[in-house]
Design a protein around this ligand. Structure first.
Ligand SMILES: [Zn+2]
Length: 336
């Protein structure tokens, strides 16, 4: 309700339910447009398909097609803007982090019937959108079932689900199921590359393709995986760098050991890190960069390099896992 008032203010709120950037589902949108024109769009539709392939944006676009003043989801008319910013009075959008509860299923019935009375003689449908209905409590499912069995006139219900097997068979049988396919590989790669560039994520074509394949060609899940991998890595790298410049006592060695083990880092990883630190040190000493939050100590880097040489000598290869005993031995026997 508060959005209805704030939306008129000069400060523009970011759209809640934008279909901006939707890709790979042009054929479905065209089909919906045709069905709306022919008045043949099913009253209750389940959009089923993997996580992260664009179901939510697709459903927003379907609303856009329904309420756009030009029937083309133009994204600029008042109807489209009301949908995108969440203040369209005919739209109820339910999406919760947790399981959908019976109160929410009741809201659907109320929205569709109350609006039906208010709009008697008016034009346009009332629509309820429920995102991820696999997360329904049994009571909520039973309550929703009643609405699905007899949806009020001039109302529509759009549902989405990634794991249809979790739905009650009674619910499944009430729905027209539209299987949403992931976008084509080439389009997803293009999108993923643009996103990775935008967010400053490391990537190469092979890495992007592998991420897509790992998640059944779902671009959203692939992007999430890239973010998670690199967030974890960046944080661990920071911890490692901090440890490298701390006094090398038992506690710090144990902490480093734990970190190396958790990350599966080997001697080569540490060597690479030290080279990067050394580069940073040179740049800093030449006045090309500002000092880091933790000091890059040239002597300490050299010390670590000699330790690594010891580790290589002892293990014979950079592919060895490092362990704190090896490091401690090298540390105490090194010349510094
Ligand atoms: Zn429009």
């Amino acid at each position: 309700m508060s959005r209805a008032t704030t939306s008129k203010q000069a400060v523009e709120l970011p759209p809640l339910r934008s279909w901006d950037g939707l890709f790979g589902h042009e054929a479905v949108c065209a089909e919906v447009q045709t069905m709306l024109a022919q008045n043949s769009l099913p009253q209750v539709i389940l959009f089923e398909g993997r996580d992260g392939i664009g179901k939510r944006k697709l459903m927003a676009a379907v609303l856009g097609l329904m309420f756009c003043e030009e029937q083309r989801a133009c994204a600029v008319c008042e109807g489209c803007r009301a949908v995108q910013h969440g203040y369209h009075p005919d739209v109820l959008w339910i999406e919760s982090e947790a399981t959908l509860k019976v109160a929410e299923a009741e809201k659907v019935q109320e929205h569709l019937t109350v609006r039906a009375q208010q709009q008697a003689g008016g034009r346009g449908d009332r629509v309820a959108v429920l995102i991820d209905i696999e997360e329904l409590t049994d009571q909520a499912a039973n309550r929703l079932l009643k609405t699905l069995e007899e949806p009020p006139a001039q109302s529509r219900i759009l549902l989405s689900c990634s794991r249809v097997s979790q739905l009650l068979p009674t619910i499944r049988s009430r729905l027209v199921r539209w299987h949403v396919q992931p976008p084509a590989m080439a389009k997803s790669l293009e999108w993923l590359e643009a996103k990775a560039n935008e967010e400053g994520l490391q990537h190469d074509p092979k890495m992007l393709r592998q991420a897509l394949e790992r998640f059944g060609l779902s671009p959203g899940r692939a992007l999430q995986a890239l973010r998670e991998d690199q967030a974890l890595d960046a944080e661990s790298v920071r911890r490692l760098e901090t440890l490298l410049f701390k006094p090398m006592d038992g506690a710090h060695l144990a902490e480093m050991q734990e970190l190396l083990k958790a990350q599966g880092w080997k001697a080569d990883h540490l060597a690479q890190r030290l080279e990067l630190l050394l580069n940073r040190y040179y740049k800093w000493s030449l006045g090309l960069t500002v000092p880091e939050t933790h000091p890059v100590d040239f002597k300490r880097i050299k010390h670590w390099r000699s330790i690594l040489q010891e580790v290589y000598r002892a293990g014979g290869s950079g592919h060895n896992h490092l362990n704190s005993q090896m490091i401690a031995e090298a540390w105490t026997s090194s010349r510094f």
